[in-house]
Structures are given as structure tokens and as C-alpha cells.
Design a protein around this ligand. Sequence first.
Ligand SMILES: Nc1ncnc2c1ncn2[C@@H]1O[C@H](COP(=O)(O)OP(=O)(O)O)[C@@H](O)[C@H]1O
Ligand SMILES: [Mg+2]
Length: 269
Amino acid sequence: MTSVSPAPASSASASLQNASDIVLEARGITKCFGALTVLHGIDLALKAGEVVSIIGPSGSGKSTFIRCMNMLEKPDAGEILFRNRRVGEKYRGSGDLLGQGELRRHVGMVFQHFNLFPHMSVLENVIEGPVIVQRKPRAEAVEIAMDYIAKVGLAEKRDARPDQLSGGQKQRVAIARALAMQPDALLLDEVTSALDPELVGEVLGVVRDLANQGMTMVIVTHEISFAADVSDRVVFMENGRIVAQGSPDAILRRPDNERLKAFLARFHG
Ligand SMILES: Nc1ncnc2c1ncn2[C@@H]1O[C@H](COP(=O)(O)OP(=O)(O)O)[C@@H](O)[C@H]1O
Ligand SMILES: [Mg+2]
């Protein structure tokens, strides 16, 4: 498979030292569903070029949190900042605020269940965002789309419909579709969880290429050894809180938190 080049980020420097390199930041994110509080004030700052993996038990709030990061889910408290601009409803005179639509043009998301348009070809799925949202001329959108479709190894499938593809191929199309928007950051929510085991590797390979090429990403995953390989930082969530975070080595190979140890033991057993 050929490698995947993400769009050059507007801040090409991948220095992880400088606060101004923060692409996407969550501050004090709290989320309730009815009487149930599922996120209790989560803070996370994602730097340019950084890959952060989020692990944790089912129901701990990982999906809700990652959805809050691009405002698919509206937090009850706290705020999301994109390149230091607060995301919110735009009112007249609130020029500092970034609208939610604008946020989503910069922050792509890939889901467990692909969410491709079933009646459209691979190519039509991938050009949809550039043509409809970014209003690019169709010829230009096709050129960009074919570049990413080729890079996820599916050039010969450009005219196929999703039901003619394997799960792994569908997920690679979903990744190409997100990349075609040339996002500054990508959020991946368990992108291999719905796949047959033999198809997981081809999708992780695409994500690994993105990581190696400097794409800024948050990856929710149960693939612990993959997280250990590609992440700059691993975050362990439980019951709507970040319980531990640090380097893959500290979190995955030398965990010192009892609940984290118990969680990881299930993957080594
Ligand atoms: N739309 C929703 N309405 C009500 N409860 C929800 C909704 N989405 C998630 N939840 C609940 O929020 C909690 C966290 O869910 P989720 O973020 O999906 O966790 P994870 O991704 O870690 O498995 C769970 O208790 C789940 O049942
Ligand atoms: Mg989830």
C-alpha cells in the first residue's frame, strides 16, 4: 500500500514544545444525558503533529468526549478551542468565536460504522465534502479525492458502491473522505472495531502512515499494541474522567494505576 500524505497543516512545524502549537483543546468538558453525567470536566490539549490515543472500558465516555471535540455533541459545560479560538454560536459582534461548521471543516472525524453514502460511488463519497461544503470546482475535487483514494490503496475501486466493498475497504474510503477535506486534525473513534479481524491490519496501516507523516490525531481504540506503537501520548478514561495519561511506555508498559492495570490485564490474558 502506498503511503498517505495528510494535507500540510497550517502550522507545519511539529515542535511539541510551544503552547501556540496547540491545534485543538478541550477545557473542562462536562456532558450529561438526562440525569447521567458521562463526562466530568475533561481537559485535553492536542499539539500539532501529536497523536493521542484514548483507551478505557466501554461506557467510560470516550465516544462522547471525542464527539464533543468537534461539537457533534454539545458540552453542558466547558469549551472547545481550535487554534486558540473558542468554538460557539456566532452572534453579531462575536468575531473571536469560531462556528461549529467552521470547526468541522478543520477537524475531520472517522467513525466505527463508516457512515458512507450507500447510493454513491467511492469517488462520489470522497468528493462530497470538497464540492458541497468547501464549494470546490468538481474537477479540482476529483483530483484531490483521487489522490487520497489512491493513497489508501483503492484507486481501482473509484466507481464501486460501498456494498461492493469489504469492511476494511469501506473504512479506508471513510478515511480518504475525511482526508479530502484536508483537515488540520483527525478524530478516529474505534475505526477497526466493526471489522473482521483479518481486515483490521489494512486500516491500522493507513492510520499508521498518517501518524508517521505528521497528521494530528486523537485515536479512540482498543488496539493496545497499535496505540503503543503510534501514539505520542496515551490517555486512560474511566467513568467520564481521565484517570491516567502519559507516554505509551508509562501508561501501557509500566502502568502504576490499579484500575489501568486491571483494564490492561484483560488485553494480555
Ligand atoms: N445519546 C445518548 N443518550 C443517552 N446516553 C448516552 C448517549 N450516548 C452515550 N450515552 C451514555 O454515555 C456513557 C458513555 O458512553 P460512550 O461515550 O459511548 O462511551 P464509550 O465510547 O467509552 O464506550 C454511557 O453510559 C452511554 O450509555
Ligand atoms: Mg465508544
